[in-house]
Ligand binder design. Structure first.
Ligand SMILES: [Zn+2]
Length: 390
């Protein structure tokens, strides 16, 4: 063999090895290490977070366009699909029907939580995981008993039954962790909920006590509500100074939940909702929308970093999606100008409510590949059950 041929052979062998290693890294990100089964599942839901909300956040953050845009952390997940969102009785869903689809895998009517339109209770994926002995958590940036988290741990005819939802949380105790940016309902008293949560074995963390999230002990039950000013959500960054807010951020809540749940030998299921994205979109407030999407992204990145430190990242199926789009947000400009020549994209809203545009789903970890392509929201539960494989 000539020296040239040996050299070419060496180059080909090196290239093949590189391809092989690259393929292993990618397949590990998708399938994980435990024979393709997920030990843990985290479902992140950006309420109202359509594709325009995601790209708006990444363009505003980077000031760059097209392939130059670094994108959000979760946009780099290896699996991408999209989900249709219609409810049983409406082309445009609400968060109760969409939350029921994502949580329970069934279609129901707008306003209904965790049951069919004729009142038959549907098991949520959180309750399913609880039944397997897994630790579970229900976390949101809006009220603990608001529609989306309610769909994972309660079953009521109307999303307005806020006190019934709380009663079911505390009676059923299917989740070890309930954390949110407030408590909904005119007839709900925070002192009463605090007292009942403690009687039910939860460590209560109230408004002004957010620093307690930093000292969570693995295995402990947490019930927290952090609203200091009655707006029902963790304050937007844009208003924190004026409100003199000391409320924690969504990533603090999510990290505390991971800390509390991760020690369970059977693994854990955690739902984390960026609920205030929807509220900012209903009000057509682009800055708050972008800030809330960025906070959800920061939360996902912080949780992935913590799981990596724990050696648990590759055994965890992580799904990021939305329940529906809100606001009909689009990016009509600039036209015939690059983003570099302006300071920000132009934004336009076409609705003050939700729209029927499908939402995207990103995933990584064992079983993630099932979410590639076009599905309905009800399929997410099937994908999670298949990934758990038990
Ligand atoms: Zn909404």
């Amino acid at each position: 063999m000539t020296r040239a041929k040996i050299f070419i052979g060496w180059i080909i062998a090196t290239a093949l090895l590189g391809l092989l290693l690259g393929a292993c890294v990618v397949s590990d990100m998708v399938s994980g290490s435990d024979g393709g089964r997920a030990r843990n599942v985290i479902l992140f839901i950006g309420d109202g977070m359509g594709q325009a909300q995601v790209v708006a956040a990444s363009y505003v953050q980077s000031g760059q366009q097209g392939a130059d845009t670094p994108g959000l952390f979760f946009e780099a997940f290896p699996v991408l699909g999209y989900l249709t969102t219609h409810s049983e009785d409406s082309f445009v869903t609400d968060s109760a029907a969409a939350g029921t689809a994502l949580a329970c895998g069934i279609k129901t009517t707008n306003g209904t939580i965790g049951q069919t339109s004729d009142g038959v209770r549907a098991q949520s994926i959180l309750e399913y995981a609880h039944g397997l002995g897994m630790a579970t958590g229900d976390v949101t940036s809006v009220q603990v008993n608001h529609a989306t988290p309610a769909c994972f741990a309660s079953h009521v005819e109307s999303r307005q039954q806020y006190s019934d939802i709380l009663d079911q949380y505390l009676a059923d105790r299917t989740a070890e962790v309930f954390l949110g940016g407030g408590l909904a309902g005119d007839d709900v008293s925070i002192d009463d909920v605090a007292q009942r949560a403690q009687s039910a074995g939860y460590r209560w963390i109230g408004p002004g006590e957010g620093e307690q999230l930093l000292t969570v002990i693995p295995g402990e039950r947490l019930f927290g509500s952090f609203d200091e000013n009655g707006d029902g959500h963790l304050d937007y960054p844009s208003e924190r100074r004026e409100l003199q807010s000391t409320e924690p951020h969504l990533h603090h809540l999510a990290l505390a939940a991971v800390e509390a749940l991760s020690a369970d030998p059977d693994g854990f299921f955690l739902m984390v909702e960026g609920g205030a994205i929807d509220w900012a979109c209903h009000a057509n407030q682009i800055q708050n929308t972008v800030d809330e999407v960025l906070e959800l992204d920061r939360t996902i990145e912080a949780v992935c970093e913590r799981l990596e430190e724990m050696g648990r990242l590759d055994e965890t199926l992580i799904i990021v999606t939305a329940d529906h789009e809100t606001g009909g947000l689009t990016l009509p400009g600039p036209y015939r100008q690059t983003l570099a020549e302006t300071t920000s994209p132009e934004f336009a809203w076409s609705s003050g409510n939700h729209t029927a545009i499908p939402v995207l789903v990103w995933a990584r970890g064992p079983g993630a590949e099932a979410l590639s392509g076009r599905h309905d929201e009800t399929f997410v539960v099937d994908a999670i059950k298949a990934a758990l494989g038990r």
